[in-house]
Design a protein around this ligand. Sequence first.
Ligand code: 7PJ
Length: 288
Amino acid sequence: MIYATKNPGTMALPNGQSLTFERPLVMGIVNVTPDSFSDGGMFYAPDDAIKHARQLIADGADIIDVGGESTRPGSEPVPIDDETRRVIPVIRAIREHSPIPISIDTTKSDVAEEAIKNGATIINDISALRFDHKMVEVASAYKTPVVLMHMLGQPKTMQEAPHYHDCLSEIRQFFSERIHFCLNYGIDKNRIIIDPGIGFGKRLEDNLEILRRLEEFRMFDCPLLLGASRKSFISMITRDRHDPLSRIGGSIASAVLAVRNGAHIVRVHDVAATVEAIKVTAAIEGAQ
Ligand code: 7PJ
């Protein structure tokens, strides 16, 4: 088992807190979107999203990821004002309730900046700072860690026949380029988290290969984040009726395997079950 403890490290957050990678961290997802495919927009109303966030914190989340733009395959971009209006009340309410680190899942610099001003301390950008050229300036100015996620194409079209010569080496190439980009703009290497982007312009075989060979991404010496929770590749294996709520078993299996293969952070919907699965796996394997 490749535990994060073999390469312990901490990552400073702009508010004086830090993330410590002595054990795998669980990032709980709070969607504030009317069209999120995995929970059917169940948490659209800010009050519901806030309640949900509190539950995830009670369930043992280490980070709360707040997102106001659905990035499911085929989804349309959301105007900046709408996205801001969705996420800010939720971020403020979480911050009033708890000191838990909050990441803002957005590709827009204005949304990220407002989120940071209201208590977010991590930028989670599925475009790896490519879609908005000002994002890198915000990250650099506020000294927030950034999650650089790999995506082939754009959310609207990414699942239309994605193709790779060599998926793993192309993603590694991408990380190398994006890490250099960040360094050139004054972002500290120790504020960079990388994520191969399960489901973002990937075929089933690509997703499986990424999970199987996740360890290879540790060559960058950056914490590794993985998000497989309730994603559609699970249904392709289980051939269920594409009810995302039935993907829990597959999500847990993916999270446990991701940790075993070197992930420092797993991004999940089902925090309680994931925390339990990771603890039990670790105990069996003698890590705690
Ligand atoms: C991811 C994400 C992911 C990171 C989404 C969904 C789609 N951010 N935002 N990694 N996925 N870093 O939750 O299914 O995999 S939105």
